[in-house]
Design a protein around this ligand. Sequence first.
Ligand code: NAD
Length: 463
Amino acid sequence: MTMSSSLFSPPALQAMRQFYNSGVTKDHAFRKQQLLTLKKIIIQYEQEIYKALYTDLKRSKEETYATENGLLLAEINTALKNLHKWMCPRRTATNLVNLPSSSVIHYEPLGVVFIIAPWNYPLQLLLVPLAGAIAAGNCAVLKPSELAPATAEIIDKIVTEAFAPEYVKVIQGEGAEVVPQMISSFRFDHIFYTGSIPVGRSIYQMAAQELVPVTLELGGKSPAIIEADADINTSARRIVLGKFVNAGQTCIAPDYVLVHQHVYEKFIAALKHTLRQFYGSDPRQSDDYGRIINERRFNTLVQYLEEGDIVTGGETDREELYIAPTVLTNIIPDAAIMQEEIFGPILPILPFSNAEEALAVINKNPDPLSLYVFTSDRSKEAFWIRNIRFGSGCINNAVWQFANHHIPFGGIGNSGKGAYHGKHSFLTFSHAKPVMKTPVWFDPSIKYPPFGRKMKWFKRLIR
Ligand code: NAD
């Protein structure tokens, strides 16, 4: 770590609590100013951000803009545009038994929140939640992933320059060491965690000790389904982009593809054609194809290559942490690749002949983070949406739902808890505080004892 890194210290967190309690962060003008500051500094550091993402993941500028700083700027702009509207107390209806009261929902910040991010989209997975936390009027502690150190460093620099340390603070270090220390020595008002299921589970347990609410953005095996009536070439293009962006290290990437047997061969031919079109005959030379984050992940991924027949790809280079975009067929029964989240550039293709067969495969890994269905038949769309529990999804598309800030993004069950993006980030970092106001000029005796034979009236008023 360099000079700009911040280490964990309990008094620094107490200073944040005091700052929050001063009430400064609740004003509209303050929140707006902080969002503008964040926007300005992200633009100012654009080149350093590209450099950091290239160092950590060999990402191109275009890919970085589309998936990191561009996405973040869109979120900040949305928050800036809607902040006043989101913050306004919302009048809502009042039921019969409470009339003539009026009801209003106030949106209050949660307090000092803790945001923890993984390494795969290390900038936006930390700063998009931050934009929501700022919009909602919170103080925030940020924990970037130690596995993307160049990005962690630039985030630390940006945050230190943009914000007072008692308002937004970066804490660096080994997650397994520093995160439990922080949670056990300071009561956060919310923990927003993005990362793996096992660590998510442990954070949920730690948070439960002090009843700290959590948002968990986890992973899982997200299926893509190609029906016989799908547009095969378009499906192949969209799946290749969604799977191989960031060398497959995307939580919502199609993990594997179930293809109707009638179009199985055609789809595989289209995949091969598309891969060549996107990354050339040697993807290692492509500016648009990334690398694996570290050797540990590389080793896991290389083992998967032996669990089926390689249709295309399969080349690896340990020195460079390179694994070619790979398509696997004839997966061996009970293979690890069909039980673990792949999180790399290897795409298993499985044929199916009817929906029950495909459902049986999907249900072995329940609650996927995402589902992608490719079909031209509305009844098939409806079938898959109704019969699979998943976080978010697309029809005839993949991964782009993440970039639509008008819809919530999050998992369900095994893939997470809670959601964010756009207004949903604001809501996640706010407490919806309802207040009912009742005039004093009307106080019917029916609500007070002695109740006697009032049951008949209760039944009319309350139900
Ligand atoms: P990870 O769980 O190893 O690490 C995430 C964060 O937790 C890091 O900041 C790390 O420092 C910290 N951490 C690590 N071990 C810890 C411990 N024992 N206690 C407390 N904190 C700890 O996750 P990862 O490998 O960086 O990310 C990959 C996973 O994240 C995949 O499963 C992927 O699907 C998931 N993911 C989900 C989303 C989403 O939006 N749902 C987005 C990206 C990644």
